[in-house]
Every structure is written in structure tokens, then in C-alpha cells.
Ligand binder design. Structure first.
Ligand code: FAS
Ligand code: PHB
Length: 390
């Protein structure tokens, strides 16, 4: 079999890239390790930058997003028993974010791909990348016990942190940067109305908490927990109690409790692999970088990479120019590192570290107090949160 581009991974970056390429007549095959149901069963991001929404519009899969997504013009920071709103739109000439779950983004992109009759091989095993350092790369995989080979022009490694693509690059050709955080996030989904009409990021001496949502009747909450904590140790009652202890009283009183239907613990890390291109292989999204979710950047960075790579591939196929694909890694990494910095900064400012102590807690509160009372400081937060220019 032959195609123009093999995309490894049917997450948001793979699906979005495939949809944009289909729009200019470039043929792709997506190889996905898991089942369609398993991919859609993952609960992850919830906040989309305006640039991500515009890309989904360009991919023709933003109709439900516009019908069901929630535009948000602000967020609140909670500390020292008080809530402080950051007016994102006022500070960024009217920009906003849209609250719409990654699961829905993935679902919309899958539906669009299937409606166009484009090929996605689910439950593809033993995916292996070959000869991507030459000009005739190919990918092999097995499906239902039968081995397959796909020859292609390029391979897009959209297979996440644990995928095969980054691991296929010779170690000597890759430089990685990593920071593990000494805690995780326990996340809960419940069919209850959100505690506030916007997101609340709480700094508390017991630990970080986040009030988010998926709709006006479905809430998404997180509390910081020990790195080695287990979901089984957290009954719903214990979760609701701990969440409300970390929130200012009026916000805690607005929390509607109810049975959780999803509960999971995610580790937090910052990770970047450089460069993001190796001959005919491009690393995209979580395959190349991971950020702690505190800055709501993971999914949006994946979209940012897709934007740069799509522009490069479009120039290659329509203008016979290699300038865009040559510049991909350097352009993508410039924006990646700014988002890695912002996510690291939000995480260090809002979480309780083992060595924070009383002095560290006061320093965090002083930084937050300065942030919410300084136009310059809150503008810096706002322009990063809504998404820096591409
Ligand atoms: P993904 O990991 O989403 O997709 C990669 C795909 O490749 C998967 O479907 C996988 O099954 C497949 N794959 C892997 N190995 C393969 C192989 N060998 N062969 C074929 N297919 C293979 N971001 C936020 O902004 N906010 C959040 O709150 C947030 N929470 C998160 C919670 C968790 C537990 C995790 C893991 C991530 C979270 N993220 C969050 C980040 C997340 O949203 C990612 O940024 C986003 O999924 C990136 O999309 P992709 O790059 O497509 O990678
Ligand atoms: C979410 O709704 O899952 C979410 C929102 C904002 C974040 C992280 C997660 O910073």
C-alpha cells in the first residue's frame, strides 16, 4: 500500500492534521494502537485557545463546538480565602477561551474523518517506522495477525508521550529536557452544575484545587494529591470534602456534590524533545512535549504544532517548497518553550511543594496578590492563557 502521509496516533493532533490535509487533497492513513472506543473513553483537556478553535473551523469540525462550547472571558484565582477574577478579554483586546472537552474535539474529528471515508486503522499493533532518514520512508504494522507495509512521503508521529515515534529516533539525535513534579492531580467528572460560571484555580496550604466544567450541567474538578496516591483511596465523600476545604467559603458553598462517573490520577511533568523533525519524520503534540495541565496548554500546543506542520506540508505539495517543513521544528519549539514556561510558572505558583513551608506559602500569596492587583502582571498571565500569537 502507498499513501502520501502516514499519521501514527488518532488523538487530537493526528486527527486534526489528517483533516486539514484532506482539505487540500493530501492523502493520509492514520494508524491507531487502541480501539476507537478506548480513545474516546479518555478524559483530558477542557480549555481551547482561540487559535485552536480557528484551526478546528478550518478543518470543518467546529459546528458542535460552537453550539455546545462555553466561551469564557475570565478565570478566577482563589487564595487567602478570597476569589480574584482575571478579566482575560479586557486584558487581551477581547480574546477569550472556549470550554469544550478534548473528548468532544476528538469525537468531532473522528466523525468528520469517517464521513469523508478516510482510512484509520484502529487496534493496529507493532507499528514500526522505517527509513525516515531517507526519502522513501515506510511504516509496518499488524492488524488481526496480518502484517502490513505502507510506503509514504512523510510520517507524522502524533502518538503521544508513550508512542513509538520519538522512541524510533536514535538517542544521539535527540536532546530531551524534563522536570517531574512531586505531586499529581486527582480529577473527577460529575453530572452536577459547576461551582462558578468560570474556572477557579485555588492556591491553598492543603494543596492546589481547580474548578472546571464540561457544560452547565457537567463539572470537572481536580485536587492536588501525592505522586503515589491511589484512586481507590478517594471516596466521593472524601473528594468533595477536600475540594471544599481548599476553596474560599462562598465558592465551597456553591459546589454541588453528586456521584462521580470518572475519577483518575494524572502525573505532572514538563518534557520537551528537540528537535521535532528527523528527515521525513515529524514529532507532533505529546510525542514531542508534555506540560503540567495547570496552564491548559497540552491540547493547545498539539494544535499549534499541527498548524506549523500543516503549513509546511501544504507548501511542499502545492508549491514544491521545502521551506515550511525545514522550519517546522524551530518554529514549533519557539512556541512550545513559551507554553512550557507558562505551565511551569502557573504550577509553581499554585501548588504546595514538599519544601514550600510557611515562608514559601507567603511568597506564593504575595506573588498572587501582586498578580491580581497589577495590570502588567495580570496582562502577562492573560495573554499566555488565551494563547500567544503563532
Ligand atoms: P494523545 O496522547 O492524545 O494521542 C496519541 C494517540 O496515539 C493515542 O490515541 C494513542 O493510543 C496513540 N498511540 C500511542 N502509541 C501508539 C503506537 N505505538 N501506535 C499507534 N498509535 C499509538 N491537556 C490540557 O490542556 N488540559 C488537561 O487538563 C489535560 N489533562 C490531561 C490528563 C492526562 C491523563 C493526560 C495523559 C494528558 C492531559 N492533557 C491535558 C494533555 C493532553 O490533552 C494532550 O496534550 C493531548 O492529548 C495531546 O494530543 P496528542 O498529541 O494527539 O496525543
Ligand atoms: C479541564 O477542564 O480539564 C482543565 C481546565 C483547565 C486546566 C486544566 C484542566 O488548566
Amino acid at each position: 500500500m502507498r499513501t502520501q502521509i502516514v499519521i501514527v496516533g488518532s488523538g487530537p493532533s493526528g486527527l486534526l492534521l489528517g483533516q486539514l490535509l484532506a482539505g487540500i487533497g493530501v492523502e493520509t492513513v492514520i494508524l491507531e494502537r487502541s480501539s476507537r472506543e478506548h480513545v474516546l473513553g479518555r478524559v483530558r483537556a477542557g480549555v481551547l485557545e482561540q487559535g485552536t478553535v480557528e484551526l478546528l473551523e478550518e478543518a470543518g469540525s467546529a459546528a458542535r463546538l460552537h453550539a455546545e462550547g462555553l466561551p469564557h472571558s475570565g478565570i478566577s484565582l482563589a487564595f487567602d480565602g478570597r476569589l480574584h477574577r482575571i478579566d482575560l478579554s479586557a486584558l487581551t483586546d477581547g480574546k477569550h477561551v472556549t470550554v469544550y472537552g478534548q473528548t468532544e474535539v476528538t469525537h468531532d474529528l473522528m466523525d468528520k474523518r469517517e464521513a469523508a471515508g478516510l482510512v484509520t486503522v484502529y487496534e493496529a499493533s507493532d507499528v514500526a517506522l522505517h527509513d525516515f532518514d531517507g526519502d522513501a520512508p515506510f511504516v509496518t504494522y499488524a492488524k488481526d495477525g496480518v502484517s502490513h507495509r505502507i510506503d509514504c512521503d512523510f510520517i507524522a508521529g502524533c502518538d503521544g508521550y508513550h508512542g513509538v515515534s520519538r522512541k524510533s529516533v536514535p538517542e544521539r539525535a535527540l536532546k530531551t529536557f524534563e522536570r517531574q513534579y512531586p505531586f499529581g492531580w486527582l480529577g473527577v467528572l460529575a453530572e452536577v452544575p459547576p461551582a462558578d460560571h468560570e474556572l477557579v484555580y485555588a492556591n491553598h496550604e492543603r494543596g492546589f484545587a481547580l474548578c472546571s466544567m464540561r457544560s452547565t450541567h457537567r463539572s470537572r474538578y481536580y485536587v492536588q494529591c501525592p505522586q503515589d496516591d491511589r484512586v481507590e483511596a478517594w471516596s466521593d465523600d472524601r473528594f468533595w470534602d477536600e475540594l471544599r476545604r481548599r476553596l474560599p467559603e462562598p465558592t465551597a458553598a456553591s459546589v454541588t456534590i453528586g456521584p462521580s462517573f470518572e475519577k483518575s490520577i494524572a502525573p505532572l511533568r514538563s518534557f520537551v524533545a528537540e528537535p521535532m523533525r528527523f528527515g521525513r519524520l515529524f514529532l507532533v503534540g505529546d510525542a514531542a512535549h508534555i506540560v503540567p495541565p495547570t496552564g491548559a496548554k497540552g491540547l493547545n500546543l498539539a494544535a499549534s504544532d499541527v498548524r506549523y506542520l500543516f503549513a509546511g506540508l501544504r507548501d511542499f505539495y502545492t508549491e514544491k517548497s521545502e521551506a515550511g517543513i525545514e522550519a517546522y521544528s524551530q518554529k514549533a519549539l519557539a512556541r512550545v518553550w513559551k507554553a512550557v514556561r507558562f505551565s511551569w510558572w502557573m504550577t509553581t505558583m499554585l501548588h504546595r511543594f514538599p519544601d514550600t513551608g510557611d515562608f514559601g506559602q507567603r511568597i506564593q500569596e504575595a506573588e498572587l496578590d501582586y498578580l491580581v492587583h497589577s495590570c502588567a502582571a495580570s496582562t502577562a498571565l492573560a495573554e499566555n492563557y488565551v494563547g500567544l500569537p503563532y
